[in-house]
Structures are given as structure tokens and as C-alpha cells.
Design a protein around this ligand. Structure first.
Ligand SMILES: C[S@@+](CC[C@H](N)C(=O)[O-])C[C@H]1O[C@@H](n2cnc3c(N)ncnc32)[C@H](O)[C@@H]1O
Length: 241
């Protein structure tokens, strides 16, 4: 992996104390499905299945979206990327169904068929990009990225020319980049930045299209929180040219 100190991460890596069962999953199961510097990015060997498509979710949060989508689309391989330990642990719980610390004593080895089409990169997505071959990915989900609304923090926004260059490289032609946000500043930022990026076209027919989620949409935790708190999410779909 590239030098970790060369990439500065500004978000949270840890939240509340992680419970015993989740700590057990982080220590004993994560390594079975996580990607590392040794991983060979071969579609035929990366997952426990040979996938029809490979999708990448950047910043999967509590893992709810990734767990639900990977259960619905069992022929698709999913790479989930997240730095927040509590979120990673939660995804492992959703994939294995293990909620009870007693499991550790009763079942020292965990084998989850549910995780056959899921792989996790438990670090900053920018450290993963250089390892993914050109045109490897069919779809990228960037759902409710941290908005960093203050002008002086604008450089921290994930939608930026450097990351777009990498996302365009790893997406196959015709591949989809899906972005959602509930923040007015980020909405404008996406519109401007994507307008200047010549590798993608916006699939919307009319401006109001971003008010509706695309087909087969699975709600995320942040989306529900935004709606509860009276904010209106918007949805963008861009196609790799
Ligand atoms: C606002 S949350 C949204 C979570 C989830 N997508 C949802 O909609 O519920 C943004 C998430 O992106 C993660 N994140 C931010 N920058 C990241 C990066 N460079 N690489 C991987 N994850 C990142 C954060 O840790 C956080 O969990």
C-alpha cells in the first residue's frame, strides 16, 4: 500500500467503545475478507464467487447499504471501503449475524457464506486506488460523503479532481458513479466539479431528476437521518465516457 502518512485523513477513525462480539469479529473475521498490499486484483479470485460485476462503495458508514445490496445482488462482487472502526465492525455483524460474545467460545472459526461477494478495505480509499487496475469497476457509490461545508475545508471534500481522475481510471467505460448528498454546499460543489470533469456525463434528463433516487436504491443511515432532520437528499448519477 502507498505510504499511509502521505495521505492525511480528517474524519473519525473510532467512536464509542466497541463491544466484545464486534471486537471479536474485527480481530478474527475481518482479515478473512479484507484487502491488503498482497491482494491480486483478479476478478476470478478476488471474491468467493466469480462476479458478473464489481461495485465499490466508498465510505460505507454503518455498512447497512452494503449489507443489503450485497444480499440482493449475489452475483455482484462488492468492495467496501471505510476507515471508521465502529462502522466496519457493524458491517461484520450484519454479514455474519454474530451479535453474541459467547460465539467466541462456542465457534472459534467463523465462516460466512454471506460474505462471499464482499471484500473490505479498512483504510482510506485513496490508499486503495493505486492497487485497482484500469477499468476494473462497474459502479462506484459515494453516498453522503462528509460535506466539509466551510470554504477553508473545501480541499478535504472527496469529490475533487485527484479522486475523480482515479475513479475515472478504475471505472470501465459506461460505468456509473453514484453520488448522494443532503448538504446544499456539497450539492453545488458536485455540480461544479463534475461539470469541469470531462471523463463523466451526467445521466439526468432534467434538473429535477436529482430529487429522486435512482432505480433499485437502498437507503443509507445518513439518508434516513437527513430526512428525519428535515434535509432533502439529492442523487447524482454520472456515466464514465
Ligand atoms: C457522512 S458518512 C456517510 C456514511 C454512509 N455512506 C451513509 O450514507 O450512511 C461518510 C463516511 O465516509 C467515510 N470516509 C470519509 N473519507 C473517507 C476516505 N477517504 N476513505 C474511506 N472512507 C471515508 C467516513 O468515515 C464516514 O463513515
Amino acid at each position: 500500500m502507498p505510504d499511509i502518512s502521505a495521505v492525511k485523513f480528517f474524519g473519525r477513525r473510532k467512536g464509542r467503545t466497541i463491544r466484545k462480539a464486534k471486537t471479536f469479529l474485527l480481530e478474527n473475521f475481518l482479515q478473512k475478507i479484507s484487502l491488503s498490499a498482497q491482494t491480486v486484483f483478479d476478478r476470478n479470485t478476488l471474491f468467493g464467487i466469480i462476479p458478473d460485476e464489481v461495485h465499490l462503495e466508498i465510505g460505507f458508514g454503518d455498512g447497512g447499504h452494503l449489507a443489503e445490496l450485497s444480499a440482493k445482488k449475489q452475483n455482484t462482487g462488492f468492495i467496501g471501503v471505510e476507515v471508521f472502526q465502529n462502522g466496519i465492525a457493524n458491517l461484520l455483524t450484519l454479514l455474519t449475524g454474530i451479535k453474541d460474545a459467547q460465539h467466541e467460545i462456542e465457534n472459534p472459526t467463523i465462516a460466512s457464506k454471506r460474505a462471499d461477494n464482499v471484500r473490505i478495505f479498512p483504510e482510506d480509499a485513496r490508499l486503495l486506488f493505486p492497487h485497482i487496475p484500469d477499468s476494473f469497476i462497474d459502479k462506484i457509490y459515494l453516498l453522503f460523503p462528509d460535506p466539509w461545508p466551510k470554504n477553508r475545508h473545501a480541499e478535504r471534500r472527496f469529490v475533487n479532481p485527484d479522486n475523480l481522475k482515479e475513479m475515472a481510471r478504475i471505472l470501465k467505460k459506461g460505468g456509473i458513479l453514484q453520488i448522494a448528498t443532503d448538504h446544499k454546499v456539497y450539492k453545488k460543489h458536485v455540480l461544479h466539479t463534475m461539470h469541469d470533469c470531462k471523463d463523466f456525463i451526467w445521466t439526468a434528463q432534467k434538473i429535477a431528476d436529482f430529487d429522486r433516487p435512482p432505480q433499485d436504491w437502498v437507503e443509507t443511515k445518513y439518508q434516513r437521518k437527513a430526512v428525519r432532520e428535515g434535509r432533502k437528499p439529492v442523487f447524482f448519477e454520472y456515466k464514465r465516457i
